[in-house]
Design a protein around this ligand. Structure first.
Ligand code: ASP
Length: 402
């Protein structure tokens, strides 16, 4: 069978495996292939702002009913908080059982610099409303874009017949953006190939080995959460679990290689809609999820806090654990859907229980590898929510889009 005739997710998978081995063969020279991956990342980032803006306004325009909007928002936020709390608990359990920091020699670990400080949590809430929506669009501030789009959509509906033309324009524009997304996704196998070759080329065993237990703990906790938490939520809602994981794998592979929930958003929306999530629900739930729902990041924070506590022999009490669950939930909400953001927010969780934040530098050395998995789980959680909320609104229709 010809490569071009294969289904997209098969092509991406081939790109992933081929990229991995190419990276191992080329070693650090794989950096020369990276620009192909960068072009792909730029192309999907190019989609984010117009896609979120037009599809959310289009969603609001077709939704008209403000009570329904309120209901969908409540269900979404409830779902996100509930699954994030489960995620952080699973992360802590794996940290306790696997003891990733026990017996690790600090001197064997290289120093790595960390950049940036976490934003204050209250600032995240106060800056929700943009002072200047054009600036929010230009800067790609997703939360502000969401807020503005919701207001604009409500106003278009309130304007009645006078708002119809603009409303239709947004609907047409969002359809065009979906076509553009499909076009750029055709390039995904090559982008994924280049990015994974670069990662496997630069991370030699000597970097990975001392922290192997940490990496394995984060990966296992993430896989457990994806299979058991999302799997049971889907099964309870009578949504095919196997089919879900098959279809979402396209977005997962893109998340795994780009380490950006926001960057993966166009693919997540496409997969969720192919799975039967309604357009209105996906257009609201998924951009919001890519910005505030980070279950993989919460798991990672749980495991990493325990890793550092074990590394320096710091005993955690029950009240420490409760603090970790609360701050990790908030910190994961505050984490931006971009590469490496979770590492910066980890400092916030560490300081909430009085652990020294300098040790984050140790984790920074392998953060990309951890980010790959946590981002994959982050977008899987968003897609699960889109399906469950669609189903609860009687808008789940797996046979419509394909
Ligand atoms: N890279 C993650 C994401 O985009 C966030 C994180 O760093 O934890 O979902």
């Amino acid at each position: 069978m010809k490569f071009s005739k294969l289904e997209l997710w098969h092509k991406i998978f081939i790109g992933l495996v081929a990229g991995f081995f190419t990276g191992i063969l080329l070693g650090e020279k794989a950096v020369y292939i990276k620009p192909i991956g960068d072009v792909f990342i730029n192309a999907i980032r190019m989609l984010i702002v117009p896609l979120v803006f037009t599809s959310l306004v289009a969603g609001m325009v077709s939704l008209k009913d403000s009570k329904k909007m309120g209901r969908i928002s409540l269900k979404t936020i409830g779902f996100y908080l509930f699954t994030t709390m489960i995620a952080i608990t699973i992360g802590l359990l794996f940290g306790i059982i696997m003891q990733p920091g026990a017996g690790v020699e600090i001197s064997s670990l290289g120093e790595a610099a960390i950049a940036g400080t976490p934003p204050e949590l209250v600032h995240i809430f106060t800056s929700l409303i943009p002072q200047n929506p054009i600036a929010a669009l230009a800067e790609g501030n997703i939360l502000q874009i969401i807020a503005f789009s919701i207001f604009l959509g409500i106003a278009i509906n309130m304007a009645g017949s006078k708002g119809e033309k603009i409303g239709d324009m947004f609907i047409d524009f969002s359809n065009i953006m979906f076509k553009l997304t499909a076009l750029i996704m055709e390039f995904a196998p090559y982008g994924v190939f280049a990015l994974i070759a670069w990662v496997s080329g630069i991370y030699g065993l000597d970097v990975l080995l001392p922290l192997l237990k940490l990496i394995v703990a984060v990966y296992l906790a993430c896989i457990t959460h994806a299979i058991f938490t999302y799997g049971s939520i889907l099964a309870i809602n009578k949504i095919g679990v196997v089919n879900f994981f098959k279809e979402i794998s396209t977005a997962q592979m893109i998340a795994f290689t780009t380490t950006s929930s926001a960057g993966t958003l166009p693919a997540t929306i496409t997969c969720a809609r192919n799975l039967g999530a309604s357009k209105t629900v996906s257009n609201f739930v998924l951009p919001l999820g890519a910005t505030i729902n980070m279950d993989g990041t919460a798991i990672y924070q749980g495991v990493c806090v325990l890793f550092i506590a074990q590394l320096i022999g710091f005993d955690l009490s029950m009240s420490h654990y409760i603090t970790i669950i609360l701050t990790s939930t908030l910190a994961s909400i505050g984490t931006a859907g971009v590469p490496g953001a979770g590492l910066i927010m980890l400092t916030l969780v560490l300081s909430s229980v009085g652990l020294p934040i300098e040790y984050v530098a140790i984790i920074a050395g392998v953060d990309r590898i951890l980010d790959m998995m946590r981002t994959t789980v982050n977008i899987t959680g968003d897609a699960t929510c889109a399906l469950v909320v669609s189903k609860s609104e009687n808008e789940f229709n797996p046979s419509v889009v394909k």
